[in-house]
Design a protein around this ligand. Structure first.
Ligand code: UD1
Length: 341
């Protein structure tokens, strides 16, 4: 019997790529999304890539009246819970919206799982929980720091809600995946990131600048204590990241979890600076990115990258794509969307 996975936030950037990889790995998938920050075109892209029907339910998963019927209609073996607000800057101005939405989403999903006897959940966490770590790269044992933003705090709090729930409810298993910086797009260029308005994140800003939609990229700071003075991050291809979810689901439904609650870093283990990323993008794609160095962005940390050895050995998963390949994919997606070439 095929296993079925409910993907909340499955019309979003990481959710849609994960739906594809799940289907290609032999799972059935149900997508639930309220489309508040996602487009149906992503679900259609998933259907086109996989040739699968992929049931979609438009639902706010923080509302039991909308979520529970999905569990009734589509019995599932596991949930991957992506649905959440994710804009760091916005969270500073609207903390209550972020706390209410992100916490009640996870709580409602866990309540539904209890009600319908679903025992496996993967939660989208973030390397933001490490803050500026004292020792790099960060391992899963690196202490979490005080969150820099309400958004970051919701990731910490949701990890704790999951940990405590797993402790209290026998049979329940959870895996928190701490993502580093997801970038790139599916090689088909049928799905990718769809930022609304001016992008906050580096790579969409780079691709939109190269496409002429933005005049100039601001590089936030060249006076950090790093080799070229710009910040270091661990940029992971979204397809590699999606495959880490497949590995996590396989571990849980295959009964290979070593503990009811587990945490894995999902990165490449390679630090890349902002300037290195921009120059690599230019080189790989043969385009110029107009940029200027400006002051530091408030709340940015200097450097973070993953020690991935635990995920590599325990999940049997490893990021495979090179930065070059990933940045070529990011540009391909932007061109495809804009009808360039
Ligand atoms: C940010 C969040 C992180 C969240 C992640 C989700 C902050 C402080 N952190 O990560 O919590 O999980 O997004 O996507 O916001 N940069 C520029 N110019 C730009 C945009 C970015 O120089 O126009 C630089 C930043 O200073 C940073 C790097 O590029 O050094 C990556 O930035 P970004 O893509 O926004 O991700 P993070 O800030 O690492």
């Amino acid at each position: 019997m095929k296993k079925r996975v409910l993907v909340t936030g499955g019309a979003g950037y990481i959710g849609s790529h994960t739906a594809v990889e799940l289907i290609e790995a032999g799972y059935d998938v149900v997508v639930a999304d309220d489309l508040s920050n996602a487009e149906m075109t992503a679900v259609e892209g998933v259907r086109r890539i996989t040739g699968a029907e992929v049931p979609f339910v438009k639902a706010d998963c923080s509302d039991p009246a909308q979520l529970f019927p999905i569990f009734e209609q589509y019995p599932v073996d596991a949930v991957i819970h992506f649905a959440a607000f994710k804009a760091v800057g916005e969270s500073v101005h609207k903390p209550l919206d972020y706390y209410r939405n992100n916490l009640s989403l996870l709580i409602t999903v866990l309540e539904a799982m209890r009600k319908y006897g679903v025992e496996n959940i993967v939660f989208s966490s973030s390397c933001t929980v490490y803050g500026q770590a004292d020792v790099l790269p960060v391992t899963e044992q690196t202490p979490r720091k005080e969150a820099e933003s309400p958004y970051g705090n919701t990731k910490k709090m949701c990890e704790d809600i999951l940990r405590d729930s797993v402790k209290a409810y026998p049979g329940l298993k959870g895996i928190a995946l701490r993502y580093f910086n997801p970038i790139g797009a599916h090689p088909s260029a049928l799905i990718g990131e769809l930022p609304r308005g001016v992008p906050n994140n580096l790579v969409p800003y780079v691709t939109q600048t190269a496409a002429g939609l933005r005049e100039q990229l601001s590089v936030f700071g060249d006076d950090y204590n790093t080799p070229d003075g710009s910040c270091l991050r661990d940029y992971i291809d979204v397809v590699d990241l999606a495959r880490a979810h497949v590995a996590a689901i396989g571990r849980m439904v295959g009964g290979r979890s070593k503990a009811p609650y587990e945490i894995f870093n999902v990165g490449t283990g390679r630090p890349v600076s902002v300037l290195e990323l921009v120059h690599t993008f230019e080189k790989v794609n043969g385009v110029k990115v107009n940029y200027k160095i400006v002051g530091r962005r408030a709340g940015d940390i200097e450097a973070v990258w993953a020690d991935t050895s635990y995920a590599n050995s325990e999940l049997g998963w490893k990021a495979e794509k090179s930065l070059e390949e990933t940045l070529a994919g990011a540009w391909n997606w932007e061109k495809h969307r804009r009808g360039i070439e």
